[in-house]
Design a protein around this ligand. Structure first.
Ligand code: MEV
Length: 336
């Protein structure tokens, strides 16, 4: 009987604190109810075959092991991602970690767009680690999965904060504050539902370029930019309190302030700003860009106004999707 192991990991949106976290300020990140699924079926040979139809590689199956070639994928969102290299690296690291290597068919499915800033690379890394390890007979702890997932991102990208792989593993809503050594990670128990709409537009710049842009501006205008960064940290601390109290009006207001500060850092675009304002006009309590900016995603907190905000976003050319926040972290399921 062929056993199939399906692991799934959530995407994420950063609610508060992107960019400022690069300079030591806290951020709040939440798992969303859009998931990425990795199915592993062990093979009797040593080949690793990967198919990832939803990642815009229709029908392509790759054979690795002896071949170290890497494939880059052009997505609908104008971004080049190398999802296959995350899968390959996650399998290698997991095999080395558990000390066992078997060939496998790995199939990836995604219910969220790739390369749009929703943390799909972290979700791929985390779900592959969990799925492949489980197929080999090892039930790794969340801490082990998070660590291997983070190492996968580090080795593929060269640099990565543990933010995305932590949220893909643990799920929920996390408050993360960098510090020397391990970051402070707190699970936030939200008191109220916070229904959000995510809107996305084509991304024009990469995360790396945007982080570098802020760095340049900070070098040029140290006092002003450091003050903005500290203010974003303060907004995040107040948002933590509002989220814990279930005060959605304050959460929305703080999202608006956070967006204004991100715009001042130069990471928003006209298209993102248009979506952010259209969402507010349609009744969102708050809206902001999420992630690195330069296009990509924005989020709107829209209790009772999901349909109106979604329509407003699509009318001006954005692609809306609704999502629940604080979704489950990585899960594993076996099919016989
Ligand atoms: C990107 O999703 C978030 C940034 O803060 C970069 C980072 O934290 O590594 C812009």
């Amino acid at each position: 009987m062929t056993v199939q192991v399906i692991a799934s990991a959530p995407g994420k949106v950063t609610l508060f604190g992107e960019h400022a976290i690069v300079y030591g300020e806290p951020a709040i990140v939440t798992a969303i109810s859009r998931r990425l699924y990795v199915k592993t079926t062990l093979r009797s040979d040593k080949n690793l075959k990967i198919s990832a139809m939803d990642l815009k590689i229709p029908g392509i199956v790759l054979t690795f092991i002896s071949d170290t070639g890497e494939l880059t994928l052009e997505t609908d969102y104008g971004r080049v991602v190398s999802a296959v290299s995350y899968i390959k690296k996650a399998v290698e690291l997991t095999a080395n970690y558990v000390g066992e290597m078997k060939g496998a068919n790995i199939e990836v499915r995604s219910t969220m767009p790739v390369g749009a800033g929703l943390g799909t690379s972290a979700a791929v890394a985390v779900a592959t680690v969990a799925s492949y390890a489980y197929a080999l007979g090892y039930e790794l702890s969340q801490r082990e999965i998070a660590k291997l997932g983070h190492r996968t991102e580090l080795e593929v990208q060269g640099a990565a904060s543990p933010m995305d792989t932590s949220i893909a593993t643990y799920g929920g809503t996390l408050y993360i504050k960098p510090r020397t050594g391990e970051p402070i990670i707190e699970h936030l128990k939200l008191k109220n539902e916070h229904p959000i709409v995510i809107g996305y537009v084509e991304r024009k710049s990469t995360t790396k370029e945007l982080v570098a842009k802020v760095k340049r501006l900070k070098r040029k205008r140290e006092e002003i930019i450091s003050t903005i960064i500290r203010l974003i940290g303060k907004v995040t601390e107040e948002a933590k309190i509002a989220l814990l109290k279930g005060n959605v009006v304050d959460v929305g207001e703080l999202m608006n302030i956070n967006h204004g500060l991100l715009d001042a850092l130069g990471v928003s675009t006209k298209e993102l700003n248009d979506l952010v304002y259209a969402a507010r006009q349609a009744g969102a309590l708050g809206s902001k860009l999420t992630g690195a900016g330069g296009g990509g995603c924005m989020i709107a907190l829209a209790p009772g106004r999901i349909a109106e905000v979604s329509t407003a976003i699509s009318i001006i050319g954005g692609a809306p999707m609704d999502a629940q926040i604080s979704a489950k972290g990585v899960t594993v399921e076996i099919q016989k």
